[in-house]
Design a protein around this ligand. Structure first.
Ligand code: PHE
Length: 363
């Protein structure tokens, strides 16, 4: 190869170095972020950078000048690198300083207002409270389904087949296509079906409470087609009406206060004998001195009916496979809505199921 060309290459490199000069200093100083700075550096020292392309020409410089030209290129590279590292450090320091001077993030600030939290429905609250009440008296909680066999809801509870409660007017029947006619289903009309389920599958002694929805064809200010009951029963040897009175009086006192008067009034349910309605002194109008004001809730009678109860009918025990000669028991049932309405002074049962937040927020 000829000298002329080699000399030209050396000159070209020197010209390139001169063009580059100290220009990089201004370019680096103008960069205000690390990525920007790295891009500017790559334009000089990267694969296709200005200085790199000069370096690639070095092989074509005549050997006698190569060392000298090479040193010039390297010296420039060292200056670029030093300038780059210096600016990189400056940027890192500036970033740290800005970070330190920025308004600190306050970990103790309260969070954004959380989504409003709901609470249990008043029916659920009252139901749980009553179940807890019986639990503390030694009862165990059981559960039964809302779609029930006719036999558990009526037949085994000694309802005669033509009892008016079984009428279309009173009971929601569930029709299942192809079901045999002797296995009819219904929406349970009371929680007493749980008595049958538990007594048929467990041997005495038994002390059980259960709660849940029941259904009847009723709809007016004090009746809803769906409402809730608590059921309970106790079966053992030597259970008497005195046991019933003792347990239910204690329960009523726990629920309505220690001084509320309680009375047991004869009543009829097919699955108990004898049967009794439990009344408490009207919590709205009975005055401490025994006198009464006129009252819409108790209709002036001074008494409120709060429980149905009675001694489990021997026929029911036998239907469930329990020896009625050896065992006796008592049972009771009460409406949860009634307790809630008395407690909170709710005038219309339908308010409890309309789920208007303005109503529910009051509990
Ligand atoms: N099941 C009855 C009703 O729904 C209440 C009751 C339960 C009465 C247990 C006596 C014993 O009215």
């Amino acid at each position: 190869m000829n000298d002329t060309l080699g000399t030209d290459v050396a000159a070209e490199i020197e010209a390139g170095l001169a063009t580059l000069g100290e220009r990089f200093r201004g370019a680096f100083a103008a960069c205000n972020s690390e990525p920007e700075l790295r891009a500017a550096n790559a334009a000089i020292l990267g694969k296709k950078g200005e200085l790199t392309s000069l370096l690639k020409l070095l092989g074509r410089v005549p050997p006698e000048r190569r060392r000298e030209i090479g040193e010039q290129v390297n010296a420039t590279r060292a200056r670029v690198e030093a300038c780059f590292s210096g600016r990189l450090l400056e940027l890192a320091e500036a970033a740290r300083k800005a970070d330190l001077e920025a308004t600190p993030f306050d970990l103790t600030l309260p969070g954004r207002t959380p989504a409003p939290r709901g609470h249990l429905h008043p029916i659920t609250r009252v139901k749980d409270e009553i179940l807890d009440n019986f639990r503390s008296l030694g009862f165990e909680v059981a559960w039964g389904p809302e779609v029930e066999h006719e036999s558990n809801n009526f037949t085994k509870l000694a309802f005669p087949p033509d009892h008016p409660a079984t009428d279309m007017q009173d009971t929601f029947w569930v029709h299942v296509a192809g079901a045999p006619p002797d296995a009819r289903l219904l929406l349970r009309t009371h929680t007493s079906s749980v008595q049958v389920r538990e007594m048929s599958t467990h041997a005495p002694p038994l002390a059980i409470v259960s709660g849940g929805a029941v259904y009847r064809r009723d709809d007016d200010p004090t009746h809803s087609p769906m409402f809730h009951q608590i059921e309970g029963f106790l079966v053992d040897e030597r259970v008497t009406f005195a046991s019933l009175k003792g347990v239910l009086s204690e329960f009523v006192r726990r629920l309505y206060g220690p001084n509320v008067p309680v009375r047991f009034r004869p009543s009829y349910f097919p699955f108990v004998e004898p049967g009794a309605e439990v009344d408490i002194g009207c919590v709205f109008c009975s005055l401490d001195d025994g006198t009464r004001t006129s009252c819409r809730v108790c209709k002036g009678s001074g008494w409120l009916e709060v429980l149905g109860s009675g001694m489990v009918h021997p026929a029911v025990l036998e239907h469930c496979g329990i020896d009625a000669e050896r065992y006796t028991g008592f049972a009771f049932g009460l409406g949860v809505e009634r307790v809630a309405m008395l407690r909170y002074g709710i005038p219309d049962i339908r308010l409890l199921f309309e789920n208007d937040p303005r109503f529910l927020a009051q509990f």
